[in-house]
Design a protein around this ligand. Structure first.
Ligand SMILES: [Zn+2]
Length: 233
């Protein structure tokens, strides 16, 4: 029986394939990524490519995948504008023709993609996160790069978050302790930690996150993946 599947592309990159076959790629950075499980050229099918912000470790392969697959590029106007100008992404493949912004929702192919706030920096536009509601209602929150913020509670009230993808690496984002609190604010049913291990200055594994979650929020499932590993949703 078909099922929704998520695959970790390493760092903040994920590929979600819905039960109906819709493929959503988030923050693809495979070229020169030391933990990349595959090459960008190996992603041959995508319907949507979402970028949370304009830093190389989130956006490097977005234009390449969009152009190779015919996917719709979802991002901030300034960020998709840069990929249009510098990497030739056509208007026809840019969400709403111009990009979208925080609070906006794209409804396409039975999938809802809502852009949410994030607190970080970005070369163009502002940083963001996404809430993706698949055709069958299963809902995934990708926080992007961010510190914790109290309106995660509001996101948890507005959306039933089945799975939260949360950074735990520290330095540039939340660390394990903040991510544990974030998971609780969001009332997520499950969490996959991300944005760790890739660089020497980041937290090197998810063990302290798993430990804190066990102590503070044992009702939330923690799923620790290796780059390239898939998880059934
Ligand atoms: Zn990052």
């Amino acid at each position: 029986m078909a099922q929704n599947i998520i695959k970790w592309l390493g760092h903040a990159g994920f590929q979600i394939t819905s039960e109906k076959g819709t493929v959503i790629v988030i923050d693809p950075w495979l070229t020169d990524n030391p933990v990349a499980p595959c090459k960008a050229e190996e992603i041959t099918k995508a319907d949507f490519v979402l970028v949370t912000h304009d830093h190389f470790d989130h956006i490097a392969d977005a234009a390449r995948i969009v152009k190779a697959t015919g996917a719709t590029l979802v991002g901030m106007p300034e960020t998709v504008g840069r990929l249009k100008a510098e990497e030739g992404v056509p208007d026809s493949q840019i969400v709403f023709g111009t990009g979208m912004n925080i609070g906006g929702t794209l409804s396409s192919r039975g999938v809802l993609i809502t852009m949410t706030q994030a607190f970080h920096s970005s070369q163009t536009g502002n940083p963001a996160g996404y809430i993706v509601k698949l055709e069958d209602g299963y809902t995934v929150y990708h926080a992007g790069d961010t510190g914790i913020f109290s309106s995660m509670k509001l996101l948890g009230d507005l959306f039933t978050i089945d799975l939260a993808l949360l950074p735990i690496g520290g330095v540039f984002t939340m660390d394990a302790k903040q991510a544990s609190a974030a998971a609780q604010l969001l009332e997520a049913k499950a969490v996959i930690p991300m944005h760790y291990k890739t660089f020497p200055i980041l937290e090197q594994d998810a063990s302290s996150f798993a430990e804190i979650m066990k102590k503070e929020a044992s009702h939330i499932q923690v799923v620790i993946l290796d780059p390239g590993q898939e998880h059934m949703l």
